[in-house]
Design a protein around this ligand. Structure first.
Ligand SMILES: O=P(O)(O)OC[C@H]1O[C@](O)(COP(=O)(O)O)[C@@H](O)[C@@H]1O
Ligand SMILES: [Mg+2]
Ligand SMILES: [Mg+2]
Length: 353
């Protein structure tokens, strides 16, 4: 029985009263766009939109047809309501102004329309990530308005298109998750006040990049893999879905740590993930749920952006593990770290008595 349960609309109107009352309507428009994307993604191969769009985005990445359609869905659902000063997205080189004929507001919407889109053709979970910033007054946003640290976000969220479609949201009053009831078309509050467990024995990282990582990350992962035989004295499990939304969702539901750290694969890129529309909103959701989010050397939400599509190292999830990784970075930078020794060659090992 769904009557009497809290819908997303009711929740956002109640939680944005006062200073941010006009943001509630914007979030309802974002949710409407998400429902459209969910329907499209849910059709799978039947949509006729699988495969490449034969174009690349500003970052030189191949765009999928579904990336372009998801981008359009968000622009068209959100541009007319009068709450926005501008929008920016992974799929657009420059910020997108609000069309002349529509009223302006003071909010800025920044988004990754389809995260993990390489998974869309193989029917694995993908998502949409968004962040809301504000300028002092209504008007047309400039690029500088978008380049604000994540600590200034007034709202952040993502939608995950998995077996169920869920929308996970923070308006700075905790992190809350809503599940789409496909019959009624409503997002229903199913996971209020999510808390990320402080400790975990599960990590997520793309280990094919291991040789490019910095020593603190190599040390951390080696210690996890050594399990009971190593300094951690406990076995760890590993996951990699190649969809940040799905990894963060698992961490919000049951704990864990997700890493896309700094690597030397392409020296022009300090990390894989984008600060404004991937790292910042996820960092806010994780912090609002009691977890931590760091570059390894500083809190993600304190990073001062210099460019719209700037990349950043990301380490987020259960607090104890994120803090351990920050400690390993500090020790490495200070030259006081203890290089990792493989248990295979330790004093008592497979190769020594
Ligand atoms: O190719 P890799 O190393 O597995 O990268 C996966 C990462 O790239 C991303 O897919 C990037 O997102 P986009 O699909 O929006 O470009 C993240 O979701 C994920 O964490
Ligand atoms: Mg992405
Ligand atoms: Mg994307």
């Amino acid at each position: 029985m769904l009557f009497g349960r809290t819908t997303l609309s009711k929740f956002v109107i109640e939680h944005t009263r006062g200073q941010h009352s006009d943001m509630g309507a914007l979030l309802i428009d974002v949710a409407a766009a998400v429902k459209g994307i969910s329907a499209l993604v849910g059709k799978g191969a039947l949509s006729g939109f699988s495969g490449s769009a034969a174009t690349t985005n500003v970052q030189g990445e191949e765009q999928k047809k579904i990336d372009v359609l998801a981008n359009e869905a968000i622009l068209r659902h959100c541009e007319w309501g009068g709450q926005l000063a501008g929008m920016a997205s992974e799929e657009m080189d420059e910020p997108c102004p609000i069309p002349e004929s529509y009223p302006r507001g003071r909010y800025l919407l920044v988004f990754d329309p389809l995260d993990g889109s390489s998974n869309s053709d193989v029917n694995v979970s993908v998502g949409t990530i968004f962040s809301i910033l504000q300028r002092p007054q209504a008007g047309d946003a400039t690029l500088a308005d978008f380049l604000r640290p994540g600590a200034e976000q007034v709202a952040a969220g993502y939608a995950i298109y998995g077996p169920a479609t869920m929308l996970v949201l923070s308006v700075r009053t905790g992190t809350h998750a809503f599940t789409l009831d496909r019959e009624s078309g409503n997002f229903i509050l199913t996971h209020p006040d999510i808390r990320v467990p402080e400790a975990t024995r599960e990590f997520a990282i793309n280990t094919s990049n291991e040789r490019f990582w910095e020593p603190p990350v190599q040390r951390y992962v080696a210690e996890c893999k050594a399990g009971k035989t190593g300094v951690r004295g406990a076995d760890f499990n590993m996951r990699w879905i190649a969809s940040m939304v799905a990894e963060v969702h698992r961490i919000l539901m049951r704990g864990g740590i997700f890493m896309y750290p700094k690597d030397s694969k392409d020296p022009s890129k300090p990390g894989r993930l984008r600060l404004l529309y991937e790292a910042n909103p996820m960092a806010m959701l994780i912090e609002q749920a009691g977890g931590a989010a760091s570059t390894g050397r500083e809190r993600i939400l304190d990073v001062a952006p210099e460019a719209l599509h700037q990349r950043v190292p990301v380490i987020l999830g259960s607090r104890e593990e994120v803090e351990r990784l920050e400690r390993y970075h500090q020790e490495f930078d200070a030259g006081t770290d203890r290089p990792y020794a493989s248990p295979l060659f330790a004093e008592r090992s497979l190769f020594r008595d």
